[in-house]
Structures are given as structure tokens and as C-alpha cells.
Design a protein around this ligand. Structure first.
Ligand code: HEC
Length: 225
């Protein structure tokens, strides 16, 4: 996830720097950006150039620098370039399944309108000039960055389109369980997926997950219109 974002960030920079560097040769002692791969440029800009303030505090406590430290899953996925072998994949799936906590009384759907706001929101855990304040507003789900959702708006295409999800999959117990698991920890089905672990990492509460699930599965939701 982190590397993926960094690579995209570097790609944008490479494109915009391209025009600049053609007329300005690299200064002596400074790296020639035009000769670096997107990954190497991202590493350099984020970790070495001093252009990004890694000492900035984060909502969860600690600093931006601490966010750059990969956990065991991220390390394994980076080492294998997101292609774990069968044994590694099995371990990832087992650990992901064990991380999922279910609501007491079973998985139910919440309020699809609230879920829509959460699915289309990017609030939460952002750092920079105007850090998010979680005492004012709950973190949202960022689903729109990777998924098409309702036909009225344009979403991302890193993940599959979820438009019409409830119509296509039906609101059954099995679908609810799958969608809950996917939002909570998608490595339970797709080891080394790009989709974040929003329940397991404490970004979304069980209530927020129930609302977002309603947005995907409720027949009244614009996703299913
Ligand atoms: C960073 C990108 C990203 C974000 C953010 C993201 N997803 Fe995903 N999602 C994916 C990818 C990629 C897949 C496909 C699994 C794979 O191949 O890795 C996926 C798969 C899914 C699936 C299974 C689709 C199917 O065919 O049944 C569901 C459901 C889903 N995501 C829901 C969500 C919801 C809800 C959110 C917001 C809370 C969300 N996703 C946020 C990338 C993302």
C-alpha cells in the first residue's frame, strides 16, 4: 500500500519534472532524477531529500517516520513483490482470518446514507498542513479511491467496480460475511492485496463497516439503482 502510493507519487513527479529537467542538467553532487527509476526516486524524495517532514506527529501517536516502518505482512509482501508462494500465502490468510472480530449478534447492515458518506470520504489519519482531528469527525473509508461505486459519480479503478454489488451478489449471509471480512482484513481472501486492512488496523469501527456494507448491499442505496 505504502510503496504503491509512493510509486504513484513518484510517477507524477517524474512526469512533471521531465519538462523541467530537459532544459536544466542535474547539478553536480545532486542525483539526476531523470536517470532514477520511479521506486528509487520515491525512496530518495521521501526518505533522503529532506523535502518531506518525517517528524510530523500523527493521529495515532508517533511520527510520520514511524509510519514508514513496515509490519511483518508488508515486509513479506514487499520481499515477494506481492507474489507470496503457496506456503506464505497460507500463513497470510490464516493470520488475516484470526485478526477478524465479528459484532456480537452477527453481521447486520447499518445506515446506507452514512455508509455512502464514509465510502466517498478521505478523512482520517492524514498529516501535513491541516492534520485531521478525529475528535470532530470519524475517519472514513476511502473506498472511492479504488472502486467505482454509485453510477452517479466516478470512482477509482485500482479495485474492481462495486456498482450494482447488492443486485449482482444478493444480500445473503454468505455475502455479508465476505464483504465484512474484505473490509476488515482483505488478506483473508487476497494475500498481499492492495486493499487496506481497515478493521484490523482500527481505521473503521464495526459500526462504520456496517454502514458501508449497507451502502453496497441495501436495495435503496444508489449503488443498486
Ligand atoms: C487502495 C485500494 C483500495 C481501497 C482503498 C479499497 N479497496 Fe476494495 N479492493 C481493492 C482491490 C485491489 C480489490 C481486489 C482484490 C485483489 O485482487 O487484491 C478489492 C476488492 C474489494 C471487494 C471484493 C469485490 C468482489 O469482487 O466481490 C470488496 C467488496 C471491496 N473491495 C470493498 C471495499 C470497500 C467497501 C472499501 C472502502 C471501505 C474498499 N474496498 C477500499 C482495492 C481497494
Amino acid at each position: 500500500m505504502m510503496l504503491n502510493n509512493m510509486t504513484r507519487f513518484a510517477t507524477v513527479l517524474t512526469l512533471s519534472l521531465g519538462a523541467y529537467t530537459t532544459s536544466h542538467a542535474a547539478e553536480p553532487g545532486k542525483p539526476d532524477y531523470t536517470k532514477m527509476s520511479a521506486e528509487a526516486l520515491a525512496e530518495h524524495l521521501v526518505l533522503e531529500s529532506g523535502s518531506f517532514d518525517l517528524d510530523q506527529p500523527t493521529q495515532e501517536g508517533g511520527t510520520a517516520r514511524e509510519r514508514m516502518i513496515q509490519d511483518d505482512l508488508q515486509k513479506l509482501c514487499s520481499q515477494t513483490r506481492n507474489k507470496p508462494n503457496a506456503e506464505q500465502a497460507g500463513q497470510i490468510v490464516t493470520a488475516a482470518r484470526a485478526s477478524i472480530q465479528y459484532p456480537e449478534g452477527g453481521i447486520s447492515l447499518g445506515d446506507w446514507q452514512k455508509g455512502g458518506d464514509l465510502a466517498w470520504g478521505g478523512f482520517g489519519y492524514r498529516i501535513g498542513h491541516n492534520p485531521d482531528d478525529h475528535s470532530q469527525r470519524d475517519p472514513s473509508g476511502n473506498c472511492y479511491n479504488c472502486h467505482a461505486l454509485s453510477p452517479q459519480r466516478t470512482g477509482g479503478d485500482i479495485g474492481p467496480s462495486l456498482t450494482g454489488y447488492g443486485i449482482i451478489r444478493g444480500d445473503t449471509e454468505a455475502t455479508r460475511r465476505f464483504v465484512y471480512d474484505m473490509i476488515y482484513n482483505p488478506h483473508a481472501y487476497f494475500p498481499c492485496t492492495h486493499m487496506p486492512r481497515m478493521g484490523a488496523k482500527g481505521l473503521l469501527t464495526q459500526e462504520a463497516i456496517a454502514d458501508i456494507m449497507a451502502y453496497l448491499l441495501d436495495p435503496e442505496s444508489p449503488v443498486n439503482k
